[in-house]
Write a protein that binds this ligand. Structure first.
Ligand SMILES: Cc1cc2nc3c(=O)[nH]c(=O)nc-3n(C[C@H](O)[C@H](O)[C@H](O)COP(=O)(O)OP(=O)(O)OC[C@H]3O[C@@H](n4cnc5c(N)ncnc54)[C@H](O)[C@@H]3O)c2cc1C
Ligand code: SF4
Ligand code: SF4
Length: 412
């Protein structure tokens, strides 16, 4: 069955990656901000049937797969919770300024700069916060160090990193993408249908992702000061320290800082998009390299200098990390294993154990349930136990019946 974009959005499965708009073209589909502070595709003229069929095959809301064994390569070790890997390190950007200003230790920024300066790629597709509307994150293309530095940091609000992917692929030039696991999954889906991905998109760099919030997460912080969105010239969720403060700067010169942990103190106010609640791959299983926080237990207890966990999932990713370290861009410490992920990302394991139950709950409620081939959903449910699966199935079922798993659809 082929679903319309409106159906994907209505069923709460859209994360706003922008790939559908990129494939359909802006005269057909446009990404727009909803009143709740989500980014969603709006259909202006229905995409051609073949395009809609392709979108159904690549949309990460409908389908997210595990890494193909062939892409993982010889020697890759599989962990049931965290996927394939060739190597794990602790690390940080050797440049102290990058390390300080970046989200964690600046590993993704250092890798992106290394890729450009070693001429392995001609541009980096990632995201940034624009100064004229700092909450309204936009896709960003960097061709040099200064451009990469502009995109540094974590944006916990919506963004459509794949909005220009079709255009980038059309250039026929080597590039790398830095994006969330669901964005990477969409690109790997597309690679099965579009040979330009394998030819031009040389590296997929990603993160461990706790979820992308609606803008209400940020608006709520702002009401405490209070400050209006229209007054802002800068908004940083973290960085300038690790994690660093959540910072707002206004056009009239006010500098407002909030404690990073305050944002995450109460789960009821995370305003995570529903797609994140049924996310089977929050750890970038299909990326070449992922970089993540390594706070024991998953949360910071204070400030530190910025230490990333780094996991190379493909031979290409491992070679990249080693080359960046040899070139002095990265400082890495070896001797790590999957234990680094288990110790620092426990929330991802418990989430994965509930995914089968959540799929069942959606199915029973008559909603579209996303498909997750190759992601060991049954094995993780087995690990979580029958009670955990039932709890998740019933939770989602009741939530669906109460209307909590669907969204209004925006019209032109
Ligand atoms: C929504 C979100 C949730 C996260 N949840 C977790 C978590 O649960 N556990 C954990 O260990 N780490 C999490 N992180 C990752 C963590 O915040 C750091 O991004 C990661 O450790 C890499 O740090 P770095 O210093 O190498 O990044 P930097 O060197 O600062 O580079 C970050 C790169 O990511 C890109 N980027 C930032 N935000 C987005 C976005 N929303 N979508 C696409 N690309 C983006 C930037 O353009 C930049 O290129 C999350 C990040 C985000 C954006
Ligand atoms: S998840 Fe991406 S591809 Fe799917 S509907 Fe949303 S914006 Fe389009
Ligand atoms: S939790 Fe999953 S679906 Fe949500 S933003 Fe992160 S990777 Fe995407």
């Amino acid at each position: 069955m082929v679903h319309t974009l409106d159906a994907i959005v209505k069923n709460g499965l859209c994360i706003g990656c922008g790939l559908c708009a990129s494939l359909a073209g802006e005269t057909s589909v446009e990404m727009r901000w909803t009143p709740e502070g989500r980014l969603r595709p709006v259909t202006k003229t229905p995409p051609a049937p073949a395009t809609l069929k392709l979108i159904n095959r690549v949309c990460p809301g409908l389908r997210t797969s595990g890494m193909d064994r062939a892409v993982a390569g010889d020697g890759a070790v599989l962990d049931t919770a965290f996927g394939y890997a060739h190597a794990h390190w602790r690390g940080w950007a050797t440049d102290p300024d990058i390390r300080f200003r970046a989200a964690t230790g600046g590993v993704l920024t250092a890798l992106a700069i290394h890729l450009l300066e070693s001429k392995e790629v001609e541009f980096i597709a990632h995201v940034k916060s624009p100064s004229d509307a700092p909450l309204r994150n936009v896709p960003h293309v960097s061709v040099d160090r200064a451009g990469v530095l502009e995109g540094m940091g974590s944006r916990y609000g919506p963004v459509a990193p794949l909005l220009h992917l079709n255009e980038h692929l059309g250039k026929g030039r080597p590039f790398a993408l830095v994006a969330k696991p669901c964005d990477v999954a969409a690109v790997r889906n597309l690679a099965k249908h579009d040979p330009r991905v394998g030819k031009n998109l040389k590296y997929l760099l990603s993160i461990s992702c706790g979820g992308e919030s609606e803008l209400e997460l940020t608006w709520r912080q702002m009401r405490r000061f209070p400050v209006e969105e229209s007054e802002l010239k800068l908004m940083r969720y973290r960085g300038h320290g690790c994690p660093g403060p959540t910072r707002f700067e206004t056009k009239d010169g006010r500098e407002l800082n909030a404690n990073y942990n305050d944002m995450w103190a109460d789960k009821r106010f995370w305003f995570l998009q529903f797609r994140c609640k049924v996310c089977v791959d929050p750890v970038g299983e299909q990326a070449d390299v992922i970089a993540y926080d390594i706070w024991p237990g998953g949360s910071p207890t204070g400030e530190d200098e910025g230490f990333n966990g780094i996991t190379a999932r493909t031979p290409r990713g491992k070679a990249l990390v080693e080359a960046a370290a040899a070139a002095g861009a990265l400082t890495i410490q070896g001797g790590e294993s999957f234990a680094l992920l288990h110790d620092t990302q426990p929330h991802q394991t418990s989430k994965k154990m509930g995914i089968l139950g959540r799929q069942i709950g959606l199915f029973l409620a008559g909603q579209i349930a996303p498909r997750y081939p190759g992601l060991r959903v049954f094995r993780m449910a087995w690990r979580g136990g029958l009670r955990h699966t039932l709890k998740n199935a019933l939770g989602i079922f009741h939530r669906a019946k109460g209307g909590g798993t669907t969204e209004p659809v925006m019209r032109v």
